[in-house]
Design a protein around this ligand. Structure first.
Ligand code: DAH
Length: 360
């Protein structure tokens, strides 16, 4: 009797202690398996006198039922705990943001960004955009712009020439955006206010020069356009573009065949600690060439220099992009390395505008 009670206590404790399915099965085999403790007791029933069996039978069977029941309920508890643990481990947080789409992962190239910024600024001043082809005639790239045949200024342009046409004329890759001035003056009547952004080509390659680069040309023609207008426009542009309240500019006399007088423009900057900042300091940085359109150019475009006049300027887009965004080397602009773009690129939906901010 005491034996049965202590066996039951022992078995139920083992069942309760079984930490997993395998341990529980071990307890089951030890109690109810062929040679298990309870099974052995059941076997003794056959050898007992009917009276003893009548008394022991319900006790031993009761023990078996309770142990079986305990094992069953322990199994359910373990299964439930295992399921809970698995659900916790495999839990997915559906509130996490989904993977970003191309409109947020993609990047706008700094050149495109800067062209959009330039367009926004000059668009606000009432300029329109003019474009011309990359493959130009010698006449438009040089002659009409008052570069006489054999003039040394032609040599300075390191021109890429194409093979001569059937008529012996060589086309070229435009060395500057200035031919678009000629195309514009020949096709629209003054007043003219245009900017001409685009690709330009010269045989040159180092840290700050690549064979293909970008320029933006500006042209204003009307009856009275003069240098003071030019200075105001360039100053407004630099303030807006470099996002500073004031800039000092310095106009240095220079020479271009298509302008008279001609100037190169420097803007004030500081270079403390190798970092260039605009609107402060006492260093100067050259950013563009400009001047009053030469009367010969006006005449070459069918305009009368006695009734109209104007000014023009030309600026390297890559150069001002490097200055504004602190990029030391021009060559990676054209290497299409996604890591570089990830770092220096701009978000596609942050479209530059004067009201919304140029750089988002
Ligand atoms: N075309 C010149 C260049 O590439 C830049 C330039 C200078 C353009 C003066 C102009 C200008 O329109 O007036 O070096």
């Amino acid at each position: 009797m005491t034996d049965l009670t202590s066996l039951e206590t022992d078995l139920l404790a083992k069942v309760a202690d079984a930490a997993d399915e395998a341990a529980l099965d071990g307890v089951r085999v030890a109690a109810l398996g062929k040679k298990g403790a309870v099974s052995e007791l059941l076997k003794t029933l056959g050898t007992m006198s009917p009276e003893a069996r009548k008394e022991q039978g319900p006790l031993i069977n009761g023990l078996r039922d309770r142990v079986q029941g305990a094992i069953q309920s322990r199994r359910e508890t373990l299964a439930e705990a295992a399921l809970t643990a698995r659900l916790a481990a495999e839990r997915i947080d559906v509130t996490l943001p989904v993977r970003e789409g191309p409109e947020t992962r993609g990047r706008i190239h700094p050149i495109t960004q800067v062209m959009d910024e330039i367009t926004a600024i000059f668009g606000d001043m009432g300029f329109s955009i003019a474009e011309g082809p990359d493959v130009e005639t010698d006449e438009l790239n040089f002659t009409a712009l008052n570069f006489p045949e054999g003039h040394p200024a032609r040599e300075m342009h390191d021109t890429f020439f194409l093979r001569p046409d059937r008529d012996g004329k060589r086309k070229l890759l435009r060395t500057h955006t200035s031919p678009v001035q000629v195309r514009t003056m020949r096709s629209v009547q003054p007043p003219i206010r245009v900017i001409c952004p685009g690709r330009t080509y010269r045989h040159d390659s180092d840290q700050t020069h690549t064979p293909m680069f970008h320029q933006v040309e500006g042209l204003v023609i009307d009856r009275q356009a003069n240098i003071s207008h030019l200075k105001w426009i360039l100053e407004e542009f630099c303030k807006a573009f470099f996002e500073v309240d004031s800039v000092k500019m310095r106009f240095r006399p220079s020479f271009f065949p298509f302008t008279e007088p001609s100037a190169e423009v420097d803007i004030q900057c500081s270079r403390k600690g190798g970092e260039i900042r605009f609107g402060e300091g006492d260093d100067w940085l050259e950013i563009l060439g400009c001047g009053m359109v030469h009367p010969n150019v006006l005449r070459n475009c069918g305009l009368d220099p006695d009734t109209v006049q104007g000014f023009a300027w030309g600026m390297g887009i890559d150069r001002i992009a490097m200055l504004k965004y602190g990029m030391p080397d021009l060559r990676p602009f054209f290497e299409a390395d996604v890591r570089w773009l990830e770092h220096y690129g701009f978000r596609p939906l942050d479209i530059p505008s004067l009201v919304g901010g140029l750089t988002g």
